[in-house]
Design a protein around this ligand. Structure first.
Ligand SMILES: *Cc1c(COP(=O)(O)O)cnc(C)c1O
Length: 336
């Protein structure tokens, strides 16, 4: 594989740091825990979508686009990073926000990521929970074309093969960091949603013939569905980068035990994980993704699936910009 064959525009700060979490390792008493700081990618407070957007935005520019179109949930981190990429490239950004998470109280549709979307002059409109968001976004694309614009459509989460290249690159970057510091990585853990992050990492590891287990903590779909989604995109991405043979489905592992009652709905283990990381390491996780991902990692340590003597890398995929929209959860926490 040779990623320079694919057009890429620099939007973020790379490589992101790979750090040992000494205090968390001590507090949990299990494996040695490391963190890959993809919350520090730099674009408009950062996060995992920046890596995907470097390849997606380059494709948009190659196609002569003047507008980025995408969709996400109200507090989407993907929408915020896409809006920022559009500003840097001198494009406009039109998005649709799904009211996927209900009853979140005041500020949910104005604070956190939505506030940042406003600052980035992102044009957004809301759609009800359960809307066919990719179909709605395609209708928006057609409408913009009628007005003489040149829209480029990015699917939810930036999760297609082009976006997944960002995480092929991340896998390369992580393995290089580990090799140059003498760190033998046993397992990688991260939150998985629209699947592009896990698919890209798996495609990269497969192409490099690097046997590291990758565990996705689902934030929405059931295990079998998430594994199928990740596998489909990972196999297509591996093929695109020229890996030999079909990426085996056995490479894909995901757990759905940490979703709680649904996407974006709080869980006690998420609130505890966010408080723990802030207290032990001074690091902010988010309520929708990385908080549940960390809750999953802690759960797997408690179940003995992640063990003492192993080196586990948690990929911090970002999202803390959404914390302000979940203030009610944490004001209680700090009073306790
Ligand atoms: C989008 C997102 C994820 C999930 O990544 P996918 O590639 O959609 O699976 C995880 N964490 C954060 C903070 C995100 O915004």
């Amino acid at each position: 594989m040779h990623l320079a064959r694919f057009p890429r525009i620099q939007l973020g700060h790379f490589p992101t740091p790979l750090e040992k979490l000494d205090n968390l390792t001590r507090a949990l008493g299990g494996p040695d825990i490391f963190i890959k700081r993809d919350d520090c990618t730099g674009l408009a407070t950062g996060g995992n979508k920046t890596r995907k957007l470097e390849f997606l935005a380059a494709d948009a520019v190659a196609q002569g686009a003047d507008t980025l179109v995408t969709q996400g949930a109200t507090q989407s981190n993907h929408v915020r990073q896409t809006a920022a990429a559009a500003r840097k490239l001198g494009m406009t950004c039109h998005v649709l926000l799904e009211r996927r998470v209900e009853n979140m109280g005041d500020g949910y549709e104005t604070a956190g990521n939505v506030l940042l979307d406003d600052l980035l002059q992102c044009e957004y409109a809301f759609r009800p929970d359960g809307a066919d968001m990719n179909a709605e976004a395609q209708a928006l694309v057609a409408e913009l074309k009628d007005k003489g614009r040149k829209p480029y459509f990015i699917p939810g989460g930036g999760s297609n093969t082009i976006g997944a290249l960002g995480y092929v690159h991340a896998a390369q970057e992580l393995v290089y960091q580990a090799d140059t510091t003498g760190l033998k990585i046993d397992k990688i853990v991260h939150a998985t949603g629209s699947a592009g992050t896990q698919a890209g990492i798996l495609a990269g590891l497969y192409a490099m013939n690097t046997p590291i287990d990758v565990i996705g903590i689902s934030v929405r779909a059931k295990r079998a569905q998430q594994i199928a989604n990740v596998h489909k995109l990972a196999a297509a991405t591996a093929e695109m980068i020229g890996a030999r043979g079909e990426l085996p489905v056995e490479m894909v592992e995901a757990y759905d035990d940490y979703v709680g009652s649904g996407y974006g709905q709080p869980t006690d283990s998420m609130v505890d994980a966010i408080a723990l990381l802030a207290r032990e390491e001074g690091i902010f996780l988010d309520p929708v993704y990385s908080g549940k991902g960390m809750a999953g990692m802690i759960g797997l340590i408690n179940k003995g699936i992640l063990k003492k003597g192993e080196n586990v890398v948690f990929i911090h995929t970002g999202g803390a910009a959404a914390l302000a929209a979940y203030e009610h959860l944490f004001s209680k926490q700090s009073a306790a």
